[in-house]
Design a protein around this ligand. Structure first.
Ligand code: NAP
Ligand code: MG
Length: 479
């Protein structure tokens, strides 16, 4: 066996200020009140920076800046001109990719291997992709002359901070809207770096505004009367509150919420490939993934063989310093999230499932949870029904394709699913019956800006990405 030498990425490429204000009308502005919060590195609990908590009055300033920029500049600008700014932003993101990847890993706890090889390339790809649409909106199949909506209020979670920002901002701007975005309170730093990128790209003031804060700031933003569009990614619980408060206001709404995806492995699947797909499905980004394959449905005849191979593979995963290039599993994003993962895992044991965890050393500081799987899981167990949002896999078995479909769909969620089999016809049959927005075949957690993403049932409504993602940001009249 070879030992790994430490291979940490240098922190010197990032320049974190001790304290941040709000980004309103192209300028850094102090918040009106004194409330401030700190963001930490979840791998070390070190404070990285302090940021302003925007009040209702601050949110109002940001929304009026966005309104002015919409009325005077951005809403009038031809698509081919808007596209130039988006292409410029995409290129700056590529140029600064290493810095942004290190910053994301510091603030969020995800391994640099993922922020560098997955998050950042996808962030740039989203801006490139929607830049291409900006002057072709009339050809998107949404009517001859689709119009922007106005000001978009956008609230995002902490699991993919910069990528969720890109999913929100790129289509909004391409369609001619201006935005006010609120990042999550534990991960504001890449959104604040993005504010600098907007300045670097000479984006007209007020087109993008970033307000930091916690839930109350998000609430003030989505409830602001001068907002035309609300786009939210986060928990089903908060999504429900937002749907209620937006109802009847005339604001257009998209919700990307939680999930409890089934990853279904048939006895004819290529097992080694399936094992990699299972690992990528639930242990990517510490399982902090809305579409994570958190329920493994394995055909009964291969359960033993598959679980042996899976446990062997999990024992080779390296947990630790997110900035080390050899790290597979980083830190859990916050102590609150760690407590939730522990609570649900304990419930799994007390309800009768058997826990197995990879034995990896747990660093002394920070928030950590080893890759874990549960066998003997019944459909009624909390770990089979509730979203854990951590590196925890629940294993269930099935005998027939019909039983696999029945069990996969037995969930209040419907965001994604995976099917592993050699049979093409079975893949099509399954994809047709699975009530999930995305169905992956012989792969998992594959993302592409050209492909629509979104949920059924309590996973939300509306689609992000692809041509479908334009519709959420346009006033579409019937043709
Ligand atoms: P969350 O608690 O719902 O928070 C999401 C965002 O909403 C944060 O910025 C949060 O602010 C803000 N917020 C909280 N209360 C609010 C309110 N009453 N009104 C307006 N905004 C409010 O979710 P989370 O725990 O951060 O994120 C994890 C969840 O996101 C999981 O359920 C996951 O499945 C889901 N998710 C879904 C997708 C998807 O595309 N479907 C993608 C990623 C994540 P603070 O954090 O600052 O309090
Ligand atoms: Mg943080």
């Amino acid at each position: 066996m070879f030992e790994y030498a430490p291979a940490p990425e240098s922190r010197d490429v990032v320049d974190i200020r001790p304290s941040y204000g709000l980004f309103i009308n192209g300028e850094w502005a102090d918040a009106l009140g004194d409330a401030r919060e700190k963001t930490i590195n979840p791998a070390s609990e070190e404070v990285l920076a302090e940021f302003a908590v925007a009040s209702e009055a601050d949110v109002d300033r940001a929304v009026s800046a966005a309104r002015k920029a919409y009325d005077a500049v951005w809403g009038q600008m031809p698509g081919r001109e808007r596209a130039k700014y988006l292409f410029r932003i995409a290129r700056i993101i590529q140029e600064r990719a290493r810095e942004l990847a290190v910053l994301e890993s510091l603030d969020n706890g995800k391994p640099i291997r993922e922020s560098r090889d997955v998050d950042l390339p996808l962030v740039a790809a989203h801006f490139f992709y929607y830049a291409g649409w900006a002057d072709k909106l009339g050809y998107a199949g949404l009517g001859a002359d689709p119009r922007p909506l106005g000001v978009a209020a956008q609230v995002i979670p902490w699991n993919f901070p910069l990528l969720m920002l890109a999913w929100k901002i790129a289509p909004a701007l391409a369609c001619g809207n201006t935005v006010v975005l609120k990042p999550a309170e534990t991960t504001p730093l890449t959104a604040l770096a993005f504010a600098e990128i907007c300045r670097q790209a000479d984006l007209p003031p007020g087109v993008v505004n970033i307000v930091t804060g916690a839930g109350e700031t998000g609430q003030a933003l989505v409830n602001h009367p001068d907002v035309n569009k609300v786009a939210f990614t986060g928990s089903t619980e908060v999504g429900r509150l937002i749907a209620r408060s937006v109802a009847g206001s005339g604001k257009k709404l998209t919700l990307e919420l939680g999930g409890k995806a089934a990853n279904i492995v048939f006895d004819d699947a290529a097992l080694d490939q399936a094992v990699e797909g299972i690992v990528n499905g639930i242990f990517f980004n510490q399982g902090h993934v809305c579409c994570a394959g958190s329920r493994l449905l394995v055909q009964e005849s291969i359960e033993g063989e598959l679980l042996d191979a899976l446990k062997r593979r999990l024992s080779t995963l390296r947990m630790g310093d997110p900035l080390d290039k050899n790290t597979d599993i980083g830190a859990i994003n916050s102590s609150a999230q760690l407590a939730k993962i522990k609570e649900l895992s304990d419930a799994g044991e007390s309800e009768g499932a058997a826990r197995w965890s990879a034995s990896c050393p747990i660093p002394e500081k920070g928030f950590w949870f080893p890759p874990t799987l549960f066998t003997g899981v019944a459909q009624s167990h909390r770990i089979a029904r509730e979203e854990i949002f951590g590196p925890v896999l629940s294993v269930l078995t099935f005998r027939t394709p019909a039983e696999a479909v029945e069990k996969a769909n037995n969930s209040p969620y419907g965001l994604s699913a995976g099917v592993w089999t050699e049979k093409g016809s079975r893949i099509l049959w399954m994809a047709d019956k699975l009530r999930a927005g995305v169905v992956w075949a012989n792969t998992f957690n594959k993302f592409d800006p050209t492909s629509p993403f979104g949920g059924y049932k309590e996973s939300g409504y509306g689609r992000e990405g692809g041509r479908h993602g334009l519709e959420a940001y346009l006033d579409v009249r019937p043709m």
